[in-house]
Design a protein around this ligand. Structure first.
Ligand SMILES: *Cc1c(COP(=O)(O)O)cnc(C)c1O
Length: 349
């Protein structure tokens, strides 16, 4: 079972969907902004809101240019393909999304090798391991080209000094750098740093708008003009050139303006849920940013939660619960009460 399989047998309607922060639905105000969006043909470069969204994120992250794409997977893929040619190599983390959850797209579509390093307890990669993975110029080896990091990783906001150490090590060994920042703004929020602090160590950064930020679709890849131009050509080749996509950019701009500051609420609720679960003593609990992981103790069954309309990711062995903007106070207390009932049942058994 993958991290993304829902816990099975959710019988009735879902009251609290904790499987992921991708499940958020656009709110009425976001839908209104989408309905009113002025649009043009983005393949001709004429969609005003797409242009604004790309420029806005590039500027915020201190990069020259941006590219709107349908998904984080495509954004990372285009980043890797813009940096690497056939026979070249990306060095990344074995539990990182680009290695584990993107169907090896860079290898399949770009002839790019993927070298997976162990990920440390804090979600980062060790500088020594990065340097050790860079191959010497020898016809036996692929050409090491790119270091791809991730922040957040399984909710963990990797500390800035660790990110900088890793990126500096990669650069001095001749690598370019990419950040998979699917939850970039969760990382910024937890680290309490400026957007440019996290973006500066990287040539290219990918940011998702459709997770905690609540947009229905879209990611943006930012970086130097020449790499973004290459990525734009490959986006077209992959069939990702969209036309009146400003309807989606309107949602993305709304999300960036209105939904970044509120991410602290998700982090606070995740922290509160983790404390609650620790007090109930039903298993091992860990929490970081907006995610809570629970590994139930032997004999603790979570099926009662499904019956109470709570969806979460299947145990493997930890169940993942993700807090997001569609879990309000009402849904949240429903979750706490359902866990209380489950713990009471366990004590009675
Ligand atoms: C969600 C996610 C992505 C991209 O996923 P899409 O579903 O393709 O938008 C990339 N990296 C990480 C770490 C993610 O969590």
């Amino acid at each position: 079972m993958s991290q993304y399989s829902p816990l099975s047998n959710t019988t009735g309607p879902i009251v609290a969907d904790l499987r992921s922060d991708t499940v958020t639905k656009p709110c009425a105000a976001m839908r209104a902004a989408m309905a009113e969006a002025e649009v043009g043909d983005d393949v001709y470069g004429e969609d005003p809101l797409i242009n604004r969204l790309e420029a806005n994120l590039a500027e915020r992250l201190g990069k020259e240019a941006g590219l709107f794409v349908p998904s984080g997977t495509q954004s990372n893929l285009l980043g890797m393909l813009a940096h690497c040619g056939r026979g070249e190599e990306v060095i990344s983390g074995e539990s990182y999304h680009v290695i584990r959850y993107e169907a090896a797209g860079a290898s399949v579509l770009g002839g790019v090798a993927l070298h997976a390093l162990p990920v440390s307890e804090d979600g980062g990669l060790d500088a020594d391991a990065i340097v050790g993975a860079v191959k010497e110029d020898d016809s036996h080896h692929p050409i090491s080209r790119l270091l791809s990091l991730e922040n957040t990783n399984y909710g963990r906001a990797v500390p800035l000094h660790r990110i900088k150490e890793a990126a500096t090590a990669g650069r001095s060994a001749g690598l370019s750098t990419h950040l998979d920042g699917a939850r970039f703004f969760n990382a910024i929020t937890a680290l309490g740093c400026a957007e440019t602090d996290l973006a500066d160590p990287f040539d290219t950064v990918s940011v998702c708008l459709s997770k905690g930020l609540g947009a229905p679709v879209g990611s943006v890849l930012v970086g130097p003009k020449d790499l973004i131009a290459k990525a734009r050509r490959m986006r077209k080749m992959l069939g990702g050139g969209m036309r009146q996509a400003g309807i989606l950019a309107a949602a993305g701009l709304f999300a960036l303006e209105r939904n970044v500051a509120r991410l602290t609420e998700d982090h606070q609720r995740a922290d509160a849920l983790a404390s609650h679960l620790r007090n109930l003593d039903i298993g091992a609990v860990s929490q970081a940013t907006n995610m809570v992981f629970l590994t139930p103790r032997d004999g603790v069954s979570l099926t009662g939660l499904s019956a109470a309309g709570i969806a979460m990711s299947a145990p493997e062995p930890a169940c993942r619960m993700v807090l997001h903007r569609d879990i309000d106070d009402v849904a949240f207390s429903h979750v706490l009460r359902a866990f209380d009932a489950l713990a009471a049942d366990c004590r009675a058994a």
